[in-house]
Each structure stands twice: as C-alpha cells, then as structure tokens.
Design a protein around this ligand. Structure first.
Ligand SMILES: NC(=O)c1ccc[n+]([C@@H]2O[C@H](COP(=O)([O-])OP(=O)(O)OC[C@H]3O[C@@H](n4cnc5c(N)ncnc54)[C@H](O)[C@@H]3O)[C@@H](O)[C@H]2O)c1
Length: 324
C-alpha cells in the first residue's frame, strides 16, 4: 500500500513510519513544529520513504501540488493524520496553531483522503473524555470537557475533528478510523516536552527532584509505543465492518497513580531523586483508564508490553541519549 502519514516526524509518527515501511511505501508530511528530522533520519535513505516539510493547514492546492511530485504520484491507499501538538506544554505555547491544525488541518487531510479515494485514520485522544465522571472510559461516554479552559484548545480541536470525520463518513461514505489514544510513552519522546514519563525519567537520571503535581493520586494508564503503533496498524488492516468507522480506544488498562509512577521510575533507574509536590494544573484529569472492549473485538488488539518492561526500555534509551 501507499500511505501518507501527516505528523509522521513526531514521537508516535516516526515509530509508525518505521513499522509501516516494512511492508508499505510511506510519505511523511510534517511541519516539524514539535517533531524533528532527527526522529526520521534513519528512514531518509529508504527508497520507499519520502519526506515533505509542509504544514497541513496550508493552502490545499499547494499541498496537493507538493504531493503530486513525480516520485510519489501513485496516490494513496490511506491517509493517517497524526498532526497536532500533543503535550500540554506544546499546546499551551501554540494554542491557535493547535486549534487550526485540529480544524482546518483535519479538513485538508480529509479532503486529501477523498481526492485519493483513500481511507482516513485520525489519532484522537483520551482527552476527549476531559476529567471523566466514569472509570474506565468507554467510547459511548460523551466526556466532561471544559470548553474554555487552558486545555480546551487541544481537547475541543480533537472533538471537532472527530465530528468532522464522522460528517465525512456519513456524507461521503469515507472509510474512517478514529483511534482514541491514551497516554503513550517510549523512545524518541522529547525530554523537555513536559509529558510525565520523559520529565520523570530526565529528572531521575539527573538525580534531581521528581516534580509531582497535586497529591499525585491522579491516575494514568501508560501504553508502550510499540503497542500503540500496532493498534494503529490493526485499525487500517482489520476487517472493514461498519462499526470500525467509529471511535476505538487504544491504550493500556494498567492504571497507576502518578506517585506510583514516580516511585517506579526512581527504582528502575536506580536514582537517588526524591519526590517534590507542586500545584495541580487547571483541569488535570483525576483518572484515566480505557475500556478496550471495542479494540479487542474489532481490531483483535490488546497491549503486550507491561508498564515496567516499557519503562526499562525507555529509561535505557534516555540513558544512552544522555551519554551521547
Ligand atoms: N503521545 C501520546 O500519549 C498521545 C496520546 C493521545 C493522542 N495522541 C495523538 O497522537 C498524535 C501524535 O502524538 P505524538 O505524541 O507523536 O506528538 P508529537 O508532537 O511528537 O507529534 C506530532 C507531529 O505533528 C506535527 N505537526 C503538528 N502540527 C502540524 C501541522 N499543522 N502540519 C504538519 N505537521 C504538524 C509535529 O511537527 C509532530 O511531528 C497527535 O495527534 C496526538 O494528539 C498522542
């Protein structure tokens, strides 16, 4: 297959490009706002890989012109749209860009899928559930999102994208996949992007205090990146039934508190760090755990790597990066 990955130079995107390149040709389109060339540098020599630096919110004709370059004019079977700043620090710094990417950008990506007669996959997020009143969260839950809070630029852009995608599915019968990813971690996360795993590991490896927000009793379920990538791949290869066009949670059911996570990272990295408590940011969700019944049924998918194994690999990667 020929696959267009928008946002393919980011953390999850580069692992996805790498995985799909084993069997398919991949064009990665990315504006490098939070991603990097470093993430995809090992792929650039692969003749089935092509990189275009472009913003998905740019003029659609200009994007199409760049994609019609002779080397990649075969068209696409799938358009996978991962583009969006994803860490709270990144979307706080780029609030307008985040909303535009999750609205005009999603519209452009959908129009590309329609023009190429391709399927369309979108990486949505557990943040569409906001600060949930139920645990675990199943896809039928509408969520509890503050529409004007500090995190709203991300949460509402994702919710708007989902609504737009379903409109394309209903109006144009576009083949759609919406995977609602829960927290994912692993190698090639940016150490300074403010997400909990890279922040704690970076602090632990430097034996500096681990900064826990609030009481640390809030929970997260952390999925190792190879499992998330397998879940995304399963969504484009699984049997095409009507139900699969609607949102599917992809995440780990292993729920742990932030304090437990901090202690695990201290132990697994043999660090002498202590835990330091700071004020909880606005609208920080108190619990997070996916119900993955639909993923099991429709994708035949469930995570394989447990948190400890994933953390050991991730700590190793950050350690090797520090020593470079
Ligand atoms: N990592 C997670 O835990 C997680 C959880 C839920 C959902 N997601 C979603 O998965 C996707 C990938 O997340 P990630 O963790 O790899 O984030 P990331 O920031 O590392 O990757 C996002 C990529 O999109 C690119 N991008 C952003 N705006 C763009 C634009 N306008 N045009 C073109 N490219 C653009 C960035 O440069 C970057 O390479 C995002 O859509 C995110 O919302 C991630």
């Amino acid at each position: 297959m020929n696959i267009l990955i928008i946002g393919g130079a980011g953390f999850i995107g580069c692992h996805l490009c790498e995985g799909l390149l084993r069997e398919h040709a991949v064009v990665c389109l990315d504006n490098l706002s939070t991603g990097s060339r470093e993430n995809i540098k090992q792929l650039l020599s692969n003749s089935r890989f092509y990189f275009i630096r472009e913003d998905i919110t740019s003029d659609l004709r200009a994007i199409k012109a760049r994609l019609s370059n002779a080397e990649i004019q075969r068209g696409f079977d799938w358009v996978l749209n991962l583009a969006s700043p994803a860490s709270p620090a990144a979307y706080a710094k780029m609030p307008v860009e985040t909303m535009l990417t999750g609205s005009a950008g999603t519209y452009n990506a959908l129009e590309l899928a329609r023009a190429y007669n391709a399927g369309f996959l979108f990486t949505s997020t557990s943040e569409v559930y906001g600060d949930p009143e139920i645990n675990p969260q199943h896809e039928g839950y509408f969520g509890n999102v503050n529409p004007i809070g500090a995190r709203s630029v991300y949460d509402e852009a994702k919710r708007f994208s989902e609504a737009l995608i379903m409109a394309y599915h209903r109006k144009f019968r576009l083949k759609t996949r919406i995977v609602r990813l829960f927290n994912t971690f692993g190698s090639r996360m940016a150490s300074d992007d403010g997400r909990v795993v890279p922040t704690f590991i970076t602090q632990a490896l430097a034996n500096k205090p681990i900064t826990v927000f609030g009481s640390g009793k809030q929970t997260r379920s952390l999925c190792y990146v190879s499992d998330t990538v397998e879940g995304i791949c399963a969504a484009i290869t699984a049997e095409d039934k009507d139900e699969i066009n609607y949102p599917i949670n992809v995440g780990s059911e292993e729920e742990l508190s932030i304090v437990e996570l901090a202690k695990k990272i201290i132990k697994l990295s043999s660090s002498s760090s202590r835990i330091e408590f700071k004020d909880l940011p606005e609208d920080d969700p108190k619990v997070r755990r996916p119900d993955i019944t639909r993923a099991r049924k429709l994708l035949g998918w469930e995570p394989k790597v447990n948190v400890d194994e994933g953390l050991v690999k991730t700590i190793e990667w950050f350690r090797s990066k520090c020593s470079q």
